[in-house]
Design a binder for this molecule. Sequence first.
Ligand code: HEC
Length: 170
Amino acid sequence: MGGNAELSDEEAEKAYNQLINKIRNVYANAEIGNNSMFLNWKRYNTSTYASGTHGGRYVNNYANKEASNYSKYEEAGIMPVGAIIAKDSFTVDMHGKPQVGPLFVMEKMEAGFREDAGDWKYSLYMPDGSLFAVSGGKNSDGVEFCVSCHVAVADYDHLFFLPPEYRVSH
Ligand code: HEC
C-alpha cells in the first residue's frame, strides 16, 4: 500500500473531489481517443475505491460512449473498436493530503492490433501527465505487465470490471 492512508468510502470520495480539478489539469493533454477528457465520460463506480492491483491506489473507472456496454459488466461481451476505459488514481498521505497518481487506459483497436491482448491498447500515464508507456508505441514493454494480468479474464474481453459493491447499476 506504500504509505497510502486507509480511508472510508466517504473520506476517499471527499479526497477525490478535492483533487479532481488537478487531475483534470494534469491529464488535459493526454492523447486519449480523440483527445477527449475522460472525466466527462460516465463513471461506473459509485464511490472511489482502493485497487490492490493498481498499486493499492484509490481509483475510478470511466468509459466513453463506445464502451457503454461496460454497464453490463460480465454480460458486456466484446467491446467495439474505439471503446476506451480510463482509470485515474490517487494516493492520500498520512497527513490526509491527496496526491495525483498514474492514469491507466485501455482502448479497443482494430482486429489484428494485438490478438493475444484482445486487441486492447494499454497506456500508462505518469502523475505529471506524461506518457510512460503504450502498447505498440513508446516503451511498449512498460505495459506488458498490464497485458499479462488482464489476460486472466480473456473470456470477458480482458475486462475485470469493478468490485461488485462499487458498481453503478441501472
Ligand atoms: C495484477 C493484475 C493487474 C495488473 C498488473 C493491471 N490490472 Fe488493470 N485491472 C485489474 C483488476 C482486478 C481490475 C478491476 C478491479 C480494480 O479496479 O481493481 C482492473 C481494471 C482495469 C481497468 C478498467 C477496465 C476493466 O478491466 O474493468 C483498466 C482501464 C485497467 N485495469 C488498466 C490497466 C493498465 C493500463 C495496467 C498496466 C499499466 C493494468 N491495468 C494493470 C488487474 C490488473
